[in-house]
Design a protein. Structure first.
Length: 260
């Protein structure tokens, strides 16, 4: 984990309410692994003690990009940041996605909203390209389809209002696709809201597949100190608290003890 003063190279509207921020981060960028995140100190938000966590969309030797939505005070202030400004970053943080666990395993990506931004590096790095399922409220919430298709993924889309792809939740496209496959093994990688993650995990456990879930929790400190992002993780003796920012955010679905 490093702390780096980064210079904003690009900051623009990506699509609808979503924005793309790219920074020059020659120290952090090359170290990022799929599924990890960075902690960003928002400029001109001095009254906020805590940084803001963001999944890494793209990363290379020169820097990294994040794709985010305006959802609160922090991101509203972040919207005003311009090219050339300096942003303080900590990262890369957390435990990301593993590579495929078995030979002849088909990878499947499942994302809700801009959750697919956290899956892009995994999609790029995996040696086998499989199915990618993206769900959103409307067509404006479906991002990066062309970029995943360019990597060789078979992208299927769902929207709550039916404005793009299949109408319904992302599982409305995932379920029939899984039923059609004649496969020995499927490995799922998922990022999005918790109800979707639970649905993906439940399906994987029912079918005997492996699912890796990037858990959605408020990671206040980012380094495992404040314990605001804990979830229950199964153990032989029952369960224990696990920190999403340190032990995760990616967990095997088998580990997670969901609370009703």
């Amino acid at each position: 984990m490093n702390q780096e003063k980064t210079t904003v190279l690009e900051h623009r509207v990506f699509q609808g309410d979503y924005r793309l921020l790219r920074v020059a981060a020659p120290i952090i960028g090359p170290q990022v692994k799929p599924g990890q995140f960075v902690h960003l100190r928002v400029p001109r938000l001095e009254q906020a003690v805590l940084r803001r966590p963001f999944s890494v969309f793209k990363a290379d030797e020169e820097g990294l990009s994040i794709l985010y939505a305006t959802v609160g005070m922090g991101t509203e202030v972040l919207n005003s940041v311009e090219s050339g400004e300096v942003i303080d970053l900590m990262g890369p943080l957390g435990t990301g996605f593993p590579t495929l666990g078995k030979d002849k395993t088909l990878p499947v990506l499942v994302a809700g909203g801009y959750g697919n931004a956290a899956l892009y590096l995994q999609a790029k790095n995996l040696p086998i390209k499989g199915g990618a399922f993206f769900g959103g409220r409307t067509a404006q919430d479906i991002l990066c389809v062309g970029e995943f298709e360019a990597l060789g993924w078979d992208v299927r889309v769902t929207t709550d209002d039916g404005s793009l792809g299949t109408k319904g939740l992302v599982t409305a496209a995932l379920d029939p696709w899984l039923a059609e496959q004649d496969l020995d093994a499927v490995e799922l990688f998922s990022c999005g809201p918790n109800p979707m993650l639970k649905a993906v995990g439940d399906r994987a456990l029912e079918k005997g597949f492996t699912a890796w879930l990037s858990m959605d929790r408020n990671m206040a400190c980012g380094v495992g100190a404040c314990l605001t992002c804990v979830i229950k993780r199964k153990t032989e003796a029952g369960w224990e608290w696990a920190r999403c920012c340190k032990d995760g955010p990616v967990f095997n679905a088998e580990e997670i003890l969901w609370e009703d």
